[in-house]
Design a protein around this ligand. Structure first.
Ligand SMILES: [Zn+2]
Length: 210
C-alpha cells in the first residue's frame, strides 16, 4: 500500500477488515466480494471523476471527495439496540435504534418532547449488529402506519420513526423481520410486565402508503 493511502486509512480509523484491494478485479467481482465479506471500502478502484482518487465505498462513492461517507458506512455496521417504545397520550409506537442504554435514550426523547409528548416508555429492545439497517428495515415494513406532520426542535428525522399501530403489530413485525433475515439477537429485553395497554392503540393506515 502507498504511504498516503495508509495515512488516509489510519487517519479515518478504517478497520483493515473493512477495506479490500480492488486491483485487477472487475466492478462486479469487487461488489460480490464486498457483499460476501461485509467489506465497506475498496482501494485501487477506477479513478473518481472529480480528482482521480481510487478509494470508494460499497456504493461506489469516492470517500476522498466525500469523507462523510466513511462515518456513514461505518455506522451501518454498528451494533446497537433496536427498540420499541410507546406513548399512551399520543397512541404512538416508536421504532428506534440506539448505541446507548435504551432507557437513557428514551429519557432524552422525553426531555426533547419528541412527537410532542413526554410519556415515551421503552417496551422492548433487541441488541444486534447492523442495528441501523435493521431499524430502517423494520420502519419500512411499518411504513403504512407512519405518523406525519409531527415536527419538533431542529431534528425531525425522528418523525419518520413513529407509527399509529398497536404494540402487537409492531412486535410481530420486528420478530418476523429478525427471523426472515436470520438476524442474530445478541440480547433481548422486555421492560414491561404487561404491555397490554399499548395494544389498545388502533392500526391507522396512512393513505399515502397504501
Ligand atoms: Zn474523489
Amino acid at each position: 500500500m502507498e504511504t498516503n493511502l495508509l495515512e488516509f486509512i489510519e487517519y479515518h480509523k478504517i478497520d483493515k477488515n473493512d477495506i479490500m484491494d480492488a486491483k485487477g478485479l472487475s466492478i462486479s467481482e469487487i461488489k460480490d466480494e464486498m457483499k460476501m465479506n461485509d467489506i465497506l471500502f475498496a482501494y485501487n478502484t477506477t479513478p473518481c471523476g472529480n480528482a482521480g482518487h481510487t478509494i470508494r465505498d460499497r456504493h461506489s462513492h469516492c470517500i476522498v471527495c466525500n469523507t462523510a461517507n466513511i462515518a456513514f458506512m461505518k455506522r451501518t455496521k454498528q451494533t446497537g439496540h433496536v427498540y420499541i417504545a410507546g406513548s399512551i397520550i399520543k397512541n404512538y409506537i416508536k421504532i428506534g435504534m440506539t448505541t446507548e442504554d435504551p432507557i437513557k435514550r428514551i429519557g432524552k426523547l422525553n426531555s426533547r418532547k419528541v412527537g410532542n409528548t413526554n410519556d415515551w416508555v421503552v417496551i422492548k429492545s433487541i441488541k444486534c449488529d447492523y442495528a441501523n439497517m435493521v431499524e430502517f428495515g423494520i420502519q419500512k415494513e411499518l411504513q403504512r402506519y407512519k405518523v406525519e406532520g409531527e415536527y419538533y426542535g431542529d431534528n425531525d428525522t425522528e418523525s419518520s420513526e413513529m407509527f399509529r399501530c398497536r404494540y402487537k403489530t409492531a412486535i410481530e413485525t420486528v420478530e418476523k423481520y429478525f427471523s426472515d433475515k436470520e438476524i442474530n439477537k445478541k440480547e433481548e429485553k422486555t421492560y414491561l410486565v404487561n404491555p397490554e395497554k399499548y395494544n389498545n392503540f388502533k392500526n391507522i393506515a396512512n393513505p399515502k402508503y397504501l
